[in-house]
Design a protein around this ligand. Structure first.
Ligand code: KG4
Ligand code: ZN
Length: 339
């Protein structure tokens, strides 16, 4: 077994994180410094503040990751870093730190796509997991179905045409007066509501369509809230949250199961921040069980942004000699591409 030591860095949004991995799946440390309390008072991530906080946090977080793993800088064999997608200023902090360390330590640099990282979090949580499988990536910025054919071979089945699932959760929460990030708030509120109370629309329902669209649903929720307000009818916030969440979940489950069926694989993995949604996880579990499909999702700490998942992805890239040079730059709009 290859026992390469990887230092991984993640700074794409509002978490500064560094991790040390031995091989691809053994996490020696995974330090996450979140900025959520700072951005909460603005109702969302303020990019300039995020970049500044990453600059302050990056070296202490790397030092802590090394100390917790009991590893010296001299022991590092390679450095993996998120170079997109994300906020450009935030990404640049991680990319610059990674390049400086790779240059001074004279070790290979690996540029990692954040979304691929989310998928690879599953390899850490499920040590026996192997491709091929279907991945449903649901994060704040993306909603995609990816056929993972092998560790370094993917095919994009479909993605969102407009808002991502997490983005819709955050926007709906915001108009309901709930704090940022809205996903966990809606999740909590929905537990007390009736998921069938309000009939919200589902987009792109045709068979074989693996694209998503959540912007119409978001507008439908806003229209519902406004029209109730105009009519001076008191709304049950829990019912709105539960009905909205139910609509998102039904779309995600139907498309994911049909994608699994189309490619003929037998495993579905869930990835990204929205994977932390309790109802999505339990309903996907039930649906896959019924269909005889294996279902995997990462431990909660690996669902949200973290460097361990970036290290895992980076390790498998290194096996395919997929390294970056010191010209590596942040690519804020980096897409998930066929590989
Ligand atoms: O993957 P992530 O940490 O960041 C991106 O790469 O975008 O995802 C963050 C998203 C946010 O939109 C947040 O509201 C959502 O994940 N989220 C949730 C839950 N926890 C986080 N959405 C629904 N239910 C949750 N429990
Ligand atoms: Zn993410």
């Amino acid at each position: 077994m290859d026992e390469k030591i990887t230092l991984a860095i993640e700074s794409s949004c509002d978490e500064t994180s560094a991790a040390i991995l031995r091989g691809g799946r053994q996490v020696l440390s995974n330090i996450i410094s979140t900025q959520i309390p700072i951005h909460q008072k603005f109702g969302g991530v303020v990019p300039e503040i995020a970049s500044r906080k990453h600059i302050v946090n990056i070296m202490p977080v790397i030092d802590e990751a090394l100390a917790k793993a009991g590893v010296e800088l001299a022991d590092i064999d390679q450095i993996a870093v998120t170079y997109g997608p994300g906020l450009v200023g935030a990404l640049l902090v991680g990319v610059s730190a990674a390049k400086a360390l790779a240059f001074t330590l004279d070790v290979p640099l690996i540029g990692v796509n954040h979304l691929e990282g989310h998928i690879f979090a599953n390899f850490i949580s499920h040590q026996d997991l192997k491709p091929p499988f279907m991945a449903l990536v649901v994060s704040g910025g993306h909603t995609s179905l990816v056929h993972v054919k092998d560790y370094n071979s993917f095919s994009l089945m479909g993605q969102t045409r407009d808002d991502a699932a997490g983005e819709a959760f955050d926007k709906v929460a915001r108009v309901m007066g709930l704090p940022y990030p809205g996903g966990p708030q809606i999740d909590k509120l929905a537990q007390e509501g009736n998921p069938n109370a309000i009939d919200f629309p589902k987009a792109l329902q045709e068979k074989g369509n693996y694209e998503f669209s959540f912007s119409g649903l978001k507008s439908a929720v806003l229209n519902y809230l406004n029209s109730m307000k105009c009519k001076k009818i008191e709304i049950d916030k829990a019912d709105v949250a539960a009905s909205f969440q139910n609509t998102v979940i039904e779309v995600l489950i139907a498309k994911a199961l049909s994608a699994v069926k189309e490619v003929g694989c037998n495993t579905l993995v869930l990835a990204g921040g929205v994977a932390a949604n309790s109802s999505l996880e339990s309903r996907l579990r039930a649906a896959t069980e019924k269909a005889g499909i294996r279902f995997c999702y990462p431990d909660k700490i690996l669902c949200t942004d973290n460097a361990a998942m970036i290290g895992c992805r980076g390790y498998y890239q290194s096996l395919a000699s997929n390294f970056a040079d010191l010209y590596l730059n942040a690519v804020p709009g980096l897409e998930l591409q066929d590989l």
